[in-house]
Design a protein around this ligand. Structure first.
Ligand code: ZN
Length: 428
C-alpha cells in the first residue's frame, strides 16, 4: 500500500520543530517526509490531515499483555496478598491458546492509546508472537526459563525471528527477578545472552523488601548481583528500578542500560517512586511502560506520561523537573532505544512506518500554543485519531482494522477469564 498524508503537522522527534508538510508511506517504510509539494506518483489512499499531528507511535517498554484476564479481579489489596493469594493461583491454568486470545484484547487497547510496539514478558511467548503476527503488533518478547521450553527450543525460536529481517517480532532473554530465580536459571540465561551477545532485561529493584533481602542474602544489590554474573555484558536494563544506589546508577551508565519506569503500577502497588529526574540527569536512558493490566490496570501511555512528570515534580519538590519534551522522548525515542528498534524511532525517510495521528481538533488540544506540552499535560486517548504499524492502518477514527472481529476478541477474553477464575473458585 502507498499512502500520502497531506497537510499534516509533523513532529519527527529528532529535535526539529513541528512543521507543516506531507508524509508518504510505501509498503512498511516512510518514503517522504517534508514540505507539501505536488507528488507525481499515484497512491492507494490520500489522507487529508487538516493540520492534525503525525508523530512516531508510543513504545510500551514493559508489559505482560495477556494479564488482561486479571484486570479488576483483585485490587486494593496488600501486595503479597494480591500476588500470592490471587494472581499466582489464577495464572496456574493458563494455556498457550489463552495467551493467544488474551493478547489480542491488550493489542486493541494499545492501538487506541497510540502504542505501536510493546516489550512483553509472560508465559508461552511463542503464542504471544503468533498473536502479534496475526494481529500486526510489533513487539520484543522475553524468554524466561520455563518447564515447557528446553534451551534448544529457545535457541531455535530465537534464531528463527532473528534471521527474519521482515519480522514484526523479536525475542530477547530475561529473568523474572533476582528474588524468584535460581542459580541454575541465572546460568542458563547467562549462557544464552553470551552465546548471542544480546541484551538482558529483568524486574529490578522494584520494592525495598527485594533490595533489602538481596543485601542480606548476597551482600550486594540485585543490580550488582546481575552485573557480577555478567548478565549485563551486552546491555539491556531493568523494569521499575525504584531503589537504586549511586553504585547501581554507575553500573547502568557503564553498560549503557535502560530504566523502564512504570509509574502506574508503582503507585497502584505502593512500591515507591522511581527518581526519573536523577537518572535522566545522570545520563541513563529512561523510558516508560504500563506493566501488566493486573497491576495498573490500564494500558495507556498518556496516563503513564502524566504520572511520570507528576512523580518527578513531587519527588524533587521542583515544578521544573522532568519537562514535557523529555516525557514525550521517554514515551517514544527512548523506548525505541531500549527495544533496539533503531528503525522505528523517528519520522525519517527509510524508517519503519509506525506512526500515530494526534487529533488537534478536540477541546483539550486547544489553543495551539505548544503542541508537545498539550500532548503530555492535557492529552488523552481521545486524541489518537490513527495508529499505523508497519505501514498498516490498524485503528482510525475509533474503529479497528484488524484480522478478527473485535466483538469476538471481547467475547473470547470474557470466556477465558471466567474459565480461569472458576477453576480456582474465584468466580460465581
Ligand atoms: Zn512487570
Amino acid at each position: 500500500m502507498k499512502y500520502l498524508f497531506k497537510n499534516a503537522r509533523i513532529l519527527k522527534m529528532n529535535g526539529e520543530e513541528i512543521f507543516f508538510g506531507d508524509l508518504i508511506v510505501k509498503d512498511n517504510r516512510i518514503a517522504y517526509v517534508g514540505k507539501s509539494i505536488d507528488h507525481k506518483d499515484t497512491f492507494d489512499r490520500i489522507i487529508q490531515c487538516d493540520g492534525n499531528l503525525l508523530m512516531p507511535g508510543f513504545k510500551n517498554c514493559h508489559t505482560h499483555s495477556p494479564m488482561v484476564f486479571l484486570r479488576s479481579f483483585a485490587d486494593d489489596l496488600p501486595l503479597q496478598d494480591w500476588l500470592f493469594n490471587y494472581c499466582f493461583p489464577a495464572e496456574k491454568n493458563l494455556t498457550g491458546e489463552d495467551i493467544y486470545h488474551l493478547s489480542k484484547l491488550a493489542f486493541l487497547e494499545y492501538l487506541s492509546s497510540g502504542i505501536t510496539a510493546c516489550f512483553d514478558q509472560y508465559f508461552y511467548p511463542h503464542m504471544f508472537i503468533k498473536a502479534c503476527k496475526d494481529f500486526g503488533m510489533r513487539s520484543l518478547v522475553c524468554f524466561m526459563p520455563t518447564s515447557y521450553y528446553s534451551k534448544e527450543d529457545m535457541m531455535r525460536m530465537f534464531e528463527k525471528e532473528e534471521n527474519d529481517v521482515h519480522s514484526l517480532t523479536k525475542y530477547c532473554f530475561s529473568l523474572h527477578s533476582e528474588y524468584t530465580t535460581s542459580k541454575e536459571e541465572v546460568d542458563l540465561i547467562n549462557e544464552l545472552v553470551h552465546h548471542y551477545k544480546v541484551p538482558f532485561y529483568t524486574h529490578l529493584s522494584e520494592t525495598k523488601k527485594e533490595v533489602d533481602e538481596c543485601y542480606e542474602k548476597r551482600g550486594m544489590s540485585p543490580i550488582e548481583y546481575f552485573e557480577k554474573e555478567g548478565l549485563f555484558d551486552f546491555g539491556g536494563g531493568g523494569y521499575h528500578c525504584i531503589y537504586m544506589s549511586d553504585k547501581d546508577i554507575e553500573i547502568f551508565k557503564k553498560y549503557n542500560l535502560s530504566v523502564v519506569s512504570n509509574p502506574g503500577s508503582n503507585s497502584k502497588l505502593a512500591s515507591g517512586i522511581c527518581d526519573i529526574e536523577k537518572l535522566r540527569k545522570a545520563g541513563v536512558n529512561v523510558c516508560l511502560g504500563t506493566d501488566g493490566p493486573a497491576s495498573n490496570n490500564c494500558l495507556d501511555m498518556f496516563k503513564e506520561m502524566m504520572l511520570a512528570f507528576s512523580f518527578a515534580k513531587l519527588k524533587n519538590m521542583d515544578a521544573s523537573a522532568l519537562p514535557a519534551e523529555e516525557v514525550l522522548k521517554m514515551a517514544t525515542v527512548n523506548g525505541s532505544k531500549a527495544l533496539n528498534l533503531k528503525d522505528a524511532d523517528i519520522l525519517e525517510v527509510g524508517k519503519l512506518a509506525d506512526i500515530i495521528m494526534i487529533d488537534l481538533s478536540r477541546p483539550n488540544m486547544r489553543p495551539l500554543l505548544n503542541i508537545e506540552k498539550n500532548i503530555v499535560f492535557s492529552g488523552s486517548k481521545e486524541n489518537i485519531k490513527m495508529t499505523m504499524i508497519d505501514g498498516k492502518i490498524l485503528y482510525e477514527d475509533g474503529k479497528f482494522f484488524v484480522d478478527e472481529d473485535v466483538e469476538q476478541i471481547y467475547q473470547k477474553s470474557q470466556e477465558i477469564t471466567i474459565k480461569l477464575l472458576k477453576a480456582v473458585g474465584r468466580y460465581e
